[in-house]
Design a protein around this ligand. Structure first.
Ligand code: ADP
Length: 487
């Protein structure tokens, strides 16, 4: 198939979270399966053309918006035989770092930035005469693509092009003031409750849900959760109207980057058969974070955005209690300033027991995944979650709440049956988290053989992209069937 993937981040160019991992890897995996793929990204400040040896694909591309014509340059590189990556250069919007906010507040012009980007993806496809059969939009930033595909006058060029809107997180919807309508090119009749209108403003994701031919999200459990509340973050009624078109496709992981047997970012490599390298990683982790250098102390690791979604406030509440236990904890993350301050200060209060790094540091993330014994994700909700999958293949047992992709990937420990790959709890409460951490700790000290067996089971799980690629292709085909029905 000919597929265009539009995303505002993708590995290896720029990434702030799971969307970046998925967009970049899916594009390559589809290309490996011999589909013809164009991946389109904004040329963010962090993407330096010389570093990636980008060529100019188009000196000047005109992007018509509702009330303005903008001109941008387009760069490109061939990432694989069947995958070309395009970068839209428009410095006024994209020459920024970080890419979505100034560190605390979203950029005031995010609506215009990403409406422009979405429109540019289509104008580019037409200018290149790359007539995609399907366009995959990702999250609210590109959720206007299905709308433009169906309503903009491209003189029939995209008549047969279907859209799949992939939702990586319902918590981010792109809610903008109504004034953006004229720039977006929304007509009065489209500014209504069933399409874009939401509390007097414009909700990009809501409009995308209306116009997309097919909707996917990143795990089967999350696909069910978003049809109700609180999973739908207020949009469940609109998703329910499309419930026959919603698919849950579990992300794979990039096993070139995340593989304990080959990971060059680690001081040693290891496998399920020979875990001696994991012990070296653990020692290095303890050293780096100034923890007591003892192999028998279990390390509980955490990596991620410090956002309400991740449930770290639950952990915060029980820190005084669990820091009395015989364990160590390492956290790396950034986000909420209050949580940053709290977790950033903990090593001072619990020297040798709690280590933290506030910031975004992929190399350290690898070391935490490899060197820890347990990995903690007390998420309130988790569309898919990648870190628990990395943990599993690194033999680091996840302690997770049963939500979204966590419920789909981590099997709870069942000592009698000799089953399970982690420790799972149900309630969003610090007590449930505390008890489950206690259970993991007890197992560590009293049932090491169970821990060893669980580790092997965890490391043997298959998280390759093969299955996901097949399911995406199936979803693209279903999108095409729907497209043909649209009047
Ligand atoms: P989300 O997409 O909600 O942020 P995921 O678990 O799906 O969560 O993906 C997060 C990705 O970002 C993982 O690859 C994780 O390793 C990475 N990541 C998150 N925070 C950090 C950090 N502070 N330093 C390095 N990598 C991070």
């Amino acid at each position: 198939m000919r597929i265009l993937i539009a995303a505002t981040e993708a590995v290896p160019y720029v990434k702030t979270g799971g969307l970046g991992d998925v967009a970049g890897t899916l594009a390559l995996e589809l290309a490996k399966a011999r589909h013809e793929v164009a991946l389109v990204l904004p040329l963010h400040q962090a993407i330096v053309p010389v570093k990636w040896k980008l060529e100019i694909a188009m000196d000047s591309l005109r992007v018509k918006m509702g009330d303005a014509d903008l001109y941008c340059r387009v760069w490109a590189r061939q990432a694989l035989a069947h995958c070309r990556v395009y970068f839209i250069e428009y410095d006024r919007y994209f020459h920024r770092d970080p890419i979505y906010n100034d560190g605390s507040k979203d950029y005031y012009d995010n609506g215009s930035r990403f409406a422009f980007f979405s429109k540019a993806c289509l104008d580019l496809a037409q200018a290149l005469d790359f007539q995609p059969q399907v366009i995959q939009a990702n999250d609210w930033q590109t959720a206007l693509i299905p709308f433009y595909l169906k309503t903009w006058n491209y003189e029939g060029y995209f008549r047969k092009t279907a859209s799949l809107l992939s939702i990586h997180n319902m918590g981010y919807q792109g809610h903008m003031p109504a004034e953006i309508c004229s720039f977006m090119g929304i007509q009065r009749w489209q500014f209504r409750e069933s399409e874009f209108e939401s509390f007097g403003g414009v909700n990009f994701l809501k409009g995308g849900i209306f116009y997309a031919d097919k909707i996917s999200t990143v795990s089967p459990t999350y696909a069910k959760e978003i049809l109700g509340e609180p999973g739908g973050s207020g949009l469940s009624p609109y998703l329910q109207r499309r419930s026959n078109d919603v698919a849950g496709i579990l992300n794979g992981i990039d096993q070139k980057e995340w593989n304990p047997k080959k990971d060059k970012l680690l001081p040693a490599r290891y496998s399920a058969e020979d875990l001696s390298g994991k012990a070296i990683c653990k020692a290095e982790l303890q050293k780096k974070f100034l923890l007591e250098e003892k192999a028998d102390k279990p390390i509980f690791g955490l990596v991620g955005r410090l956002a309400d979604q991740k449930g770290l406030d639950l952990l915060k509440e029980i820190i005084p209690e669990i820091m009395r236990w015989d364990l160590q904890m390492v956290l790396i993350g950034s986000g909420d300033p209050e949580l940053e301050r709290f977790f950033g200060d903990l090593p001072k209060h619990y020297p040798g027991k709690f280590g933290s790094y506030i910031g975004f540091e992929p190399k350290l993330a690898h070391l935490v995944e490899a060197g820890s014994d347990f990995f903690v994700m007390p998420s309130r909700y988790e569309p898919c979650g990648l870190n628990q999958m990395y943990s599993l293949i690194y033999g680091t047992l996840p302690v997770v709440r049963a939500t979204g992709g966590l419920a789909d990937t981590v099997e709870n420990f069942q000592p009698q049956a000799g089953q399970g790959t982690g420790f799972v709890f149900q309630d969003i409460s610090s007590a449930a988290l505390r008890d489950t951490l206690g259970w993991a700790l007890h197992t560590w000290y009293h049932q090491q053989d169970e821990i060893a067996a669980m580790r092997v089971r965890a490391m043997e799980r298959d998280h390759s992209w093969k299955k996901a690629v097949k399911e995406y292709v199936k979803a693209y085909k279903e999108a095409l069937v729907r497209r043909a029905l649209w009047k």
